[in-house]
Design a protein. Structure first.
Length: 352
């Protein structure tokens, strides 16, 4: 269960990356169109927008069609960082020389997207270090101005640079805080799933336990879903423990569990009911199908060469769930059939 949820989470994350790329392309096209319409676009922006669209499309193809999403994320972050940082420096120097702060201001409003991309698509440590490095660069521009290395004709530019340094510090602090909260929540979810998995699975055999089986039965009865039960008992298992010891007995349980699982259908549920008893919920199986399935399992165990004791057999009682009955009634029928199979000499399947 934990593994499946991790896989689903990864798929959802990759889908989010694809949507991000598509939205990014649309936004760049809209900004390009607006700046052309109002005639405020700078010559190098035309090249920058075109290259940005091409780079984003390349990452989209790499992720969606070649399943190289992680590589696409790194390349996208690298490109956006290089583009925006270069544009920030160029626009700052241009604004300092001309006194027109539009280009610098319009660039700065997009710099926080670097923090967003970093924390969304990079590992946590890489995201933090990358974001801090970007912020340090912005502060460096401010320091160079106040130290006199960059002369500016606009006091507004100095005020804007100071304002940006403070607001970006807040952005960065918030992003790191959100990431820490997200990681804590993720760890809590994973721990809860691990505890649920441990509560519903047999620690020795790695299959469902009685709690899980009872829950599955109650769910199927509540939904009136057709199923049959195979109640299985290992023949003379006490003698195996007495002669060979409990460690060998545990090995036998593992081998039998694996052997039975290998001969069930994908939709069937197997679990340890207790001791040397197992229960199989044959989902959707009619009585004849369940009997054939039980015989296949019994035969597989009989013909299996066990590493320590050679040959082990099982007895199986089969019962089918009917409408207007309970899970306990169906189980009682399977239990009676199993008792009859053991009384008739064991190593056989008996129908309720």
């Amino acid at each position: 269960m934990v593994k499946r949820i991790k896989t689903d989470s990864l798929t959802e994350h990759n889908n989010l990356f694809v949507y991000f790329l598509l939205i990014g392309i649309a936004v760049v096209v809209m900004i390009w169109t607006l700046e052309e319409h109002y005639n405020v676009i700078l010559p190098y922006d035309r090249y920058g927008y075109a290259i940005s669209i091409i780079a984003t499309l390349f990452c989209l193809v790499l992720s969606h069609f070649f399943a190289r999403t992680n590589l696409a994320k790194v390349l996208l972050f690298g490109y956006i960082s290089l583009y925006l940082i270069s544009l920030t420096i160029a626009s700052y120097i241009s604004s300092a020389q001309t006194g027109d702060i539009y280009s610098f201001a319009s660039t700065l409003q997009w710099v926080p997207i670097l923090y967003l991309v970093a924390f969304l698509f990079l590992p946590v440590k890489q995201a933090i270090f990358s974001s801090i490095a970007i912020y340090v660069l912005l502060v460096t521009l401010l320091l160079l101005t106040y130290l006199g290395f960059i002369e500016t004709k606009s006091p507004s530019l100095e005020a804007l640079a100071l304002n940006i340094s403070l607001t970006h510090a807040v952005y960065l602090f918030c992003m790191i805080g959100v990431m820490r909260l997200k990681q804590t929540h993720k760890d809590s979810q994973l721990k809860a799933l691990q505890m649920e998995h441990a509560a519903n699975n047999d620690g020795l055999l790695g299959i469902g336990n009685r709690r899980l089986l009872q829950s599955e039965l109650n769910t199927r009865v509540a939904k009136n879903t057709p199923f049959s039960l195979l109640l299985i008992d290992i023949d003379f298992f006490k003698a195996i423990n007495d002669i060979h010891g409990h460690l060998v007995g545990d090995d036998i349980l593992r081998e039998i569990s694996q052997c039975m699982s290998d001969n069930l259908r994908p939709q069937d549920t197997i679990g340890r009911w207790g001791g040397e008893e197992f229960l199989v919920i044959a989902n959707g199986a009619k009585f004849d199908t369940a009997l054939n399935l039980a015989e296949r399992v019994r035969s597989a165990v009989e013909n299996h060469a066990f590493s320590t004791v050679g040959k082990v057999t099982i007895s199986i009682g089969v019962a089918q769930f009917h409408e207007n009955t309970s899970a306990s009634q169906t189980f009682a029928e399977a239990d009676k059939a199993l008792y009859k199979a053991k009384g008739n000499g064991r190593n056989q399947v008996v129908a309720a």
